[in-house]
Design a protein around this ligand. Sequence first.
Ligand code: COA
Length: 154
Amino acid sequence: MVCKKGEIKLIPLRLNNFKEIYNLQEQSGESPWGKESLVHFLKKGSGSGFILYKEALGIGYILARKIQNDLEIISLGILPDYRRMGLGSILFKEMEKCIISGKRAKLFLEVNNNNKKAKSFYKSMGLKEIRVLEKYYKADDGYEDGLMLSKVYI
Ligand SMILES: CC(C)(COP(=O)(O)OP(=O)(O)OC[C@H]1O[C@@H](n2cnc3c(N)ncnc32)[C@H](O)[C@@H]1OP(=O)(O)O)[C@@H](O)C(=O)NCCC(=O)NCCS
């Protein structure tokens, strides 16, 4: 266990968490990963993550990977009933500790430019807009723009 806040526990992601990650991604509205994707991410892709539990229930997760001297947030979600309680912030700040302890220079990520809630969340975490990624995400009726965000530490 990495940290404990009341009945909330933050646990480092393991290979056998694949079903939980799939369910959390699906319920958070993020594209769910199959077992193979998570295994590849953790074993070959310099990936890591955390799951947030309320007692035995997984209620949120974060996935990130190292790229040279930087860290990229790949996926983050909190179950709808548990949003706006500071839990996304707990997950994000735990990842930030990895940046600081690993002496990494920068954190970056891509978000759908239409995802106002996530943009507001990342702004509150200190990320700045770097550039628009035109037609970056496939949508039902075409493509939607992405936005690259970044936070510099060193
Ligand atoms: C984005 C997400 C992870 C935020 O998690 P959360 O636990 O609700 O975030 P927090 O409670 O820690 O919020 C911290 C701050 O972010 C901002 N914020 C979070 N949700 C917001 C919303 N819906 N609208 C406006 N601002 C918001 C606020 O400034 C908030 O502080 P406040 O509550 O004191 O005003 C969550 O909304 C989610 O899972 N969304 C669906 C998946 C997703 O979009 N993931 C990101 C893809 S890159």
